[in-house]
Design a binder for this molecule. Structure first.
Ligand code: NAD
Length: 332
């Protein structure tokens, strides 16, 4: 059976890393029917919108998407395509595994944690206004419904994947109401999962503890903003953003994309590391029920890394995006 999947190349390095992932996924023997759709800054010229309706319709229809990064202008311009996609498709869980891989030089060994980030509310609700000139207000929304749902996702994930501990990360010492509500929901869900150890940690201390020893953490459960920041911090433990895959999961839709952005500094130069998107593709294969192919993709990536002959610049090598894709495909 062929899997029909929405494919969003996106902006910057997006088209390069996404086509590398398509090359690798094709080499698994699993059949895909790619439904390529526009999104991001590059979509505005041709389609008049960074997130055309046809793209949303395609994802709703296919229920699975593989996405490259999309650019969001800083301080002005269009709203983030990612925030829009996650909110409009109710992709409430952002799942970001962070695992040390063989042969990749980093400051830490044996990191194996999972970031579970709430994806639909918090300060990302986009509710900002000027109160009077010189004074602005950004509204942080935290609801019982979304907090309970993401906590349940984290504990369900822990149970399904044999994980031992969930750490709820917060700043409820300062934001007593909003982060307080988030913690109340996490505690209520934790009670239903007595086999999973539950702990709470203030976000600034969490960052320090992570940098001291990331191996002491298992699942990190965070609101949207803390999750966004901590995800990039964690990517730094395993060789950088080129190595960190991710998924946005809703009730019936899965959208798979790397943690990294469009990396305009290296776009169009065949320098980007495609492994983060390739590993996001492996997560997509799991989601599609193609576990055996997913395992083979991960093993092929590990094989290329272990050999260390073909590496992109971010990992200390001099190979291009396309060469890495070919090397992984050859392993498959
Ligand atoms: P970025 O992730 O694009 O880049 C940060 C740094 O990491 C850069 O030095 C870049 O070269 C490097 N990097 C990122 N991916 C890499 C890869 N695959 N291989 C090698 N090096 C890689 O973050 P940024 O510069 O803060 O953001 C650039 C744009 O991306 C912004 O418009 C931002 O809004 C957008 N963004 C999009 C997403 C998404 O679509 N999911 C996520 C984050 C940022």
């Amino acid at each position: 059976m062929s899997h029909r999947v929405t494919l969003i190349p996106g902006d910057g390095i997006g088209p390069e890393v996404v086509s590398a992932a398509v090359r690798v996924l094709g080499a698994t023997g699993v059949e895909f029917d790619w439904d390529t759709q526009p999104a991001g800054a590059t979509a505005i010229g041709e389609h008049g919108s960074p997130l055309p309706d046809r793209t949303l319709e395609s994802i709703r229809r296919n229920k699975v998407a593989l996405k490259g990064p999309t650019e969001t202008p800083v301080g002005t311009g269009h709203r983030s395509v990612n925030v829009e996609l996650r909110k409009r498709l109710d992709l409430y869980a952002n799942l970001r595994p962070v695992k040390t891989l063989p042969g990749v030089k980093s400051r830490y060994e044996g990191v194996d944690l999972v970031v579970v980030r709430e994806n639909t509310e918090d300060l990302y609700s986009g509710l900002e206004h000027i109160v009077v000139p010189g004074v602005v207000e950004s509204i942080k929304i935290i609801t019982e419904k979304a907090s309970t749902r993401i906590a349940r996702f984290a504990f369900d994930y822990a149970r399904a994947h044999g994980r031992r501990q969930v750490t709820a990360v917060h700043k409820a010492n300062i934001m007593k109401l909003s982060d307080g509500l988030f913690l109340d929901c996490c505690r209520a869900v934790a009670k239903q999962f007595p086999a999973v150890d539950y702990q709470e940690m203030i976000v600034d201390n969490t960052c320090m503890q992570l940098v001291l020893d990331p191996t002491r953490f298992d699942i990190l459960l965070l609101e949207n903003l803390y999750g966004d920041i901590v995800s990039d911090l964690c990517a730094g433990f395993i060789g950088g953003l080129g190595m960190a895959p991710g998924a946005n999961i809703g009730e019936d839709i899965g959208l798979f994309e790397a943690v990294h952005g469009s990396a305009p500094d290296i776009a169009g130069k065949n320098l980007a590391n495609p492994i983060a998107v390739v590993l996001s593709g492996a997560m997509m294969l799991d989601h599609l029920g193609e576990q055996e192919a997913a395992t083979r993709v991960r093993e092929a990536v590990h094989g290329v890394l272990r050999e260390g002959k073909k590496l992109t610049r971010d990992l200390g090598g001099s190979s291009g995006t396309t060469e890495i894709a070919e090397a992984i495909a050859a392993h498959l």
